[in-house]
Design a protein around this ligand. Structure first.
Ligand code: PMP
Length: 383
């Protein structure tokens, strides 16, 4: 039996999605830019994909750009907005808990003369929107705050932040990396006055290598990263990934349709799991009350995360050490450090992440394994 609890790293593709994609690969394989019938058929899939996002989220079709995933959407949003606003100012505000696909392009911009300032987060990993507002200056051109943190699940008050940002400086663009929240937690781009919003398909049971960037009317003028044939209103040149986009839209449709019911079920599942797991001695759940039900970050004192991860793996239970995206790099998670964890605690932190398909039995199985493994791994360490 395999119990996959690493859904924040990536998810299993829905069969309705893969079936649709195979049909496009083998039958409707045209280039939407072609003028003939086969091109037209391909174009229809893109049009239907746009219908999903415009219908469900009330986004205008012209405000959606499909990309190769969360990383490209974040890079386009940040570098594109910075270049677009260069003549107005070079001050950008972000948080210390962003994914590297946000923090690294910002480092690049910093090396090119932009000033990058970070707001603080509290021990629950949450920013203070008022403190963020107080940092906004006339030359602040961009603010980037993630919605759901990929390591701890902490939910940032982005709608409140958006309102305050625009109060302080209506010209300032607001970017939200919603890679971990999209389709799982509600977020209204219009209400949050969000100008740029990132989503990624493979986190919601769609294919890898495809994502989107939503742009408010004003943000459609940002500079593109890709230059070429001028596809997607010139914002993202390159032959359109029809199977990927159609698969993404199908997955988004399925997840958005069942969002509230899944959220409620997973919320209960997490609550039960957490209330039991903290009974194990010296096990702490990171994050506070504002947390996504789909993610649990556990610090297990006295057991290194890799050791626990592999012990769980031996039982067919798959989790990750801190953040899967950075686990190949040897560094202590900046997110956990910003929340006040010591280096030692950060190295003893694992992440379990659920999906809408995770069952109560799977969570119970993982809990039983943790109950058994943690005391025995601690004994083993002491020998
Ligand atoms: N942002 C966050 C918060 C993420 O968790 C990830 C993926 N781990 C990304 C961005 C990057 O997305 P992608 O894998 O689609 O490039």
């Amino acid at each position: 039996m395999e119990i996959y609890l690493d859904n924040a790293a990536t998810t299993k593709v829905e069969s309705a999605v893969s079936e649709l994609m195979v049909r496009i690969f083998t039958e409707d394989y045209g280039n939407p830019s072609s003028l003939h019938k086969i091109g037209y058929r391909a174009e229809q899939y893109i049009s239907e994909a746009l219908n999903v996002f415009s219908g469900r989220l009330k986004w205008k079709r012209k405000n959606v750009v499909f990309t190769s995933g969360g990383t490209e959407s974040n890079n386009t949003a940040l570098i594109g907005a910075a270049l677009f606003r260069e003549s107005r100012g070079k001050h950008i505000i972000t948080t210390p808990i962003e994914h590297p696909s946000v923090s690294e392009p910002l480092k690049f911009l910093e090396s090119r003369g932009w000033e990058i300032e970070k707001t603080a987060v509290n021990e629950e990993g949450i920013i203070d929107p008022e403190e963020l507002k107080s940092r906004i200056r006339p030359d602040t051109v961009l603010v980037s705050v993630m919605h759901v943190n990929n390591e701890t699940g902490s939910i940032q008050p982005v709608e409140e932040a958006g309102k305050l940002i625009k109060e302080a400086n209506p010209e300032c663009l607001f970017h939200v990396d919603d890679t971990q929240g999209f389709g799982k937690l509600p977020l209204d781009a219009a209400k949050g006055q969000i100008d740029l919003l990132t989503a990624s398909s493979h986190k919601l049971h769609g294919p890898k290598g495809v994502g989107l960037l939503y742009l408010s009317d004003i943000a459609t003028h940002i500079k593109p990263l890709m230059y070429g044939g001028g596809q997607q209103n010139g914002l993202r040149s390159g032959t359109i990934n029809v199977p990927g986009i159609a698969g993404f839209a199908k997955a988004a449709e399925l997840i958005l349709e069942g969002r509230e019911a899944s959220f409620e079920r997973i919320r209960r599942l997490r609550k039960d799991f957490v209330s039991e797991v903290v009974k194990i001695a010296d096990v702490k759940v990171n994050g506070g009350r504002s947390v996504s039900p789909y993610i649990v970050s556990l610090t297990v004192r006295g057991v290194r995360s890799e050791v626990l991860l592999h012990a769980l793996e031996d039982r067919g239970i798959y989790v990750s050490a801190g953040s899967a995206c950075s686990s190949h790099k040897k560094h202590v998670s900046p997110t956990l450090k910003a929340m006040g964890l010591s280096d030692g605690e950060a190295e003893e932190t694992i992440r379990l992440s659920f999906s809408r398909h995770t069952t109560e039995e799977e969570a119970a199985e993982a809990l039983a394994a943790l109950n058994e493994l943690i005391p025995s791994l601690r004994r083993f360490k002491r020998r």
